[in-house]
Write a protein that binds this ligand. Structure first.
Ligand SMILES: Cc1ncc(COP(=O)(O)O)c(C=O)c1O
Length: 453
């Protein structure tokens, strides 16, 4: 075909899609809570894709801010210049973090942000004269990204295996997952201390002089289906990290930027991490944007020694302008308080609809971040050994219902345990949420009707 030949769509297209042998509808427009496809179908976006579109689609304020930015400056390489959007956004994030001496480094996506966090940790320890501190401890059933370092730190066995990558085998501890791991003779507080103390055991085994950092999501997102840490867990983790000279990295790529009702999810616990990573919601899907917030301890050390790192699009002016605009809307429209209020609506709608559902084992909600865990038997909490693709079936059934939600699954003791993650935009109304929960019930019914046929 000559270069100027007219573009003719073909089926299947020339894109290497996420899943082969699947026909994706073409998304052609989107507004508010809905995405519209080329066949005239509309989908209620109850998960913001993967917890991305925190302000819904086509928010006029963000679009106006982007248009203005594009007209004045799109790109000036940050080896040569800084720019107003990244300066403004950095100051505002450090205010939310509550540390005037904190610094912020901007990237284009979550995996890059976690890679950067690891590199910060390594360079911090070199600057402190402890170059042997290289190991990153993480947790099982976690996801920190798809690049080599971030996937090495991820405990998501499915993604690790599928990548076929030569990953580093860093140690991982069990997650804090009370629904499955709390013993009947144990209080929640005792369980939470037991779960946190496994970090100390891992440190004792590998030696604190070899360990750079511990990374965890304050509220686990896609790997387990919204699992907030039990009370006291992160406080004990913080104590252990401090006592052993290990940096605490909070991966808030999914649960941060207001998703749980506080700007930073770690605020639900009485801790301050050394480094926090943000992505997804911070650009709201309007631009690819991620941020690494480094608290005073790391920031001051690296101010002196410098930070050897960089990607072409670090601190991109348009991406950071999207971040500023998203933050403006969150602050001006009181969306953190709204998220807390609507979280109560979401929690009760889910409990009302699924509280007694035969195949629903647990419902977990923190602000507008919710997980519904599916089981084949509520008593034994068993998963579905005979239906390994149940999460995919659910995703398709939801789309049939005109619903975007985010199903996933975890392999536990040889069984597949699926869950559905919901992360509705903070601009949702109570009736959008009720509508979404009804559509989800329709999707779950479809999937289990097939089973009983
Ligand atoms: C907690 C968490 N960390 C990191 C990532 C990786 O982010 P990205 O896909 O933007 O590279 C994700 C993505 O889902 C995530 O949920």
């Amino acid at each position: 075909m000559s270069e100027d030949a007219e573009f003719e769509p073909k089926e299947p297209g020339s894109v290497l899609y996420r899943a082969s042998r699947q026909n994706y509808p073409h998304a052609v427009s989107a507004s508010g809570m809905y995405i519209h496809d080329g066949e005239g179908r509309s989908y209620l976006d109850m998960s913001g894709g993967a917890a991305v579109t925190c302000l819904g689609h086509s928010h006029p304020d963000v679009i106006a801010a982007l248009q203005q930015q594009i007209q004045s400056l799109t790109f000036a390489h940050t080896s040569f210049f800084t720019n107003a959007p990244q300066e403004q956004l950095a100051i505002r994030l450090t205010r939310h973090f509550g540390d005037d001496e904190a610094k912020v480094y901007f990237l284009s996506g979550g995996s890059e942000a976690n890679e950067t966090a690891f590199k910060l940790a390594w360079q911090y320890w070199v600057a402190r004269g402890k170059p042997a501190k290289k190991i990153i401890i993480s947790r099982e059933h976690s996801y920190h990204g798809n690049t080599l370092g971030a996937l090495s730190a991820s405990g998501n066995t499915g993604r690790r295996r599928a990548s076929a990558a030569p990953l580093l085998e860093w140690p991982r501890i069990e997650p804090c997952y009370a629904y499955r791991e709390q013993r009947p003779d144990e209080t929640l507080e005792d369980y939470s201390a037991r779960a946190a103390n496994t970090l100390q055991a891992a440190i004792d085994k590998h030696g604190s002089d070899q360990i750079a950092a511990f990374i965890a999501e304050p509220v686990v997102g896609s790997s387990l289906g919204v699992v907030p840490a039990a009370p006291g867990y992160f406080e004990r983790i913080r104590e252990i990290c401090t006592a052993n000279d290990i940096l605490l990295i909070a991966d808030e790529i999914m649960c941060g930027t207001g998703r749980t009702g506080h700007f930073f999810a770690h605020r639900h616990f009485n801790v301050r991490p050394d480094i926090v990573t943000l992505a997804k919601g911070i650009g709201g899907g309007y631009q690819p944007l991620a941020a690494v917030v480094l608290g005073a301890t790391v920031a001051n050390e690296l101010e002196n020694s410098g930070f050897a790192h960089g990607h072409t699009y670090v601190g991109h002016a348009v991406a950071c302008a999207a971040g500023v605009a998203v933050l403006d809307v969150i602050e001006q429209d009181g969306l953190l308080a709204r998220t807390r209020d609507l979280g109560v609506v979401l929690d009760s709608a889910l409990r009302e609809r699924f509280g007694l559902h035969e195949f629903v084992g647990d419902i977990r909600c923190k602000g507008l971040f919710a997980g519904v865990e599916l089981v084949s038997d509520r008593e034994s909490k068993s998963g579905f050994s005979d239906r390994p693709r149940l999460a995919e079936e659910l995703r398709r059934a939801a789309m049939e219902e005109g619903l975007i939600c985010y199903p996933g699954s975890v392999a536990l003791d040889g069984e597949i345990v699926p869950h559905v993650l919901l992360a509705p935009p903070m601009i949702a109304t109570a009736s959008d949420i009720e509508d979404g929960v009804e559509r989800l019930a329709g999707a779950i019914d479809r999937v289990f009707a097939v089973r009983s046929c």
